[in-house]
Design a protein around this ligand. Structure first.
Ligand SMILES: Nc1nc2c(ncn2[C@@H]2O[C@H](COP(=O)(O)OP(=O)(O)OP(=O)(O)O)[C@@H](O)[C@H]2O)c(=O)[nH]1
Ligand SMILES: [Mg+2]
Length: 207
């Protein structure tokens, strides 16, 4: 079991140059606009830190959160690292120029931020296989260094019917919902995802 000992907002940045020094291991959350990135961060941290909204395009900056987690074992150790909430891909309701600017800042960050240990790609469980998600997945795979990993997690699981939920889970996919109860009882829960995140940050091989 993992205990979240500390979670706090640090700062926001517009681009790579404005980011804090890359002096801590980082987990970045990326995906289409409105897929539930900020909500997922709050669910995993059990704290309302990242701003979410039903209107797409809510997160417009790169937001950093310092966390300290402890795995409950005999010789448990506190592990400090960072969560990074990112703007979504494909947000349409801004000018072409602004959109181009955001996306180039985002890709530049993802390509050159040396402290990233884990890319968490969030995908809407109701819309699997979208071209934009396949593209994100392909690009991240290409830029992965040997010390980095990528995890795909399917959000809004509560919006699927029972049969669809079962099928997705049977395929061995990691699933998430802002409705904790659905996930926690039957589908492995937040703790399983926390374990995978921490293993990736520490460079421990799972599966
Ligand atoms: N039903 C359901 N709604 C969710 C879930 N996760 C997020 N939402 C809702 O989806 C909307 C978007 O959530 P956000 O967390 O702001 O999404 P985001 O990916 O951070 O969006 P941007 O910052 O715009 O890129 C909000 O209304 C959330 O309440 C979920 O698991 N289930
Ligand atoms: Mg957001």
């Amino acid at each position: 079991m993992i205990i979240a000992k500390e979670s706090k907002f640090v700062t926001s940045a517009r681009n790579l140059a404005g980011c804090p020094p890359p002096d801590m291991m980082e987990v970045v959350f990326l995906g289409r606009s409105n897929v539930g990135k900020s909500t997922f961060i709050n669910t995993i941290l059990e704290k309302n830190l990242a701003k979410s909204s039903s209107t797409p395009g809510k997160t417009q900056l790169i937001n950093f959160f310092n966390v300290v987690w402890e795995r409950k074992t005999e010789n448990s150790q506190s592990i400090p690292f960072r969560f990074v909430d990112l703007p979504g891909f494909g947000y349409a309701k801004v000018s072409k120029e602004t959109k181009k600017d955001w996306e180039s800042n985002l890709w530049n960050f993802l390509n050159h931020r040396t402290s990233i240990k884990l890319f968490v790609h969030l995908i809407d469980a109701r819309h699997i296989g979208l071209q934009s998600d396949e593209y994100v997945c392909e690009i991240i795979q290409k830029l992965l260094r040997p010390d980095q990993k990528m995890l795909s997690i399917y959000t809004k699981f509560d919006k699927l019917n029972k049969n669809e939920q079962h099928k997705l889970y049977q395929k061995g996919k990691l699933v998430a919902s802002n409705n904790d109860k659905i996930i926690d009882k039957k589908y492995g829960g937040k703790d399983k995802i926390r374990e995978m995140i921490l293993d990736s940050v520490l460079g421990i091989e799972t599966n």
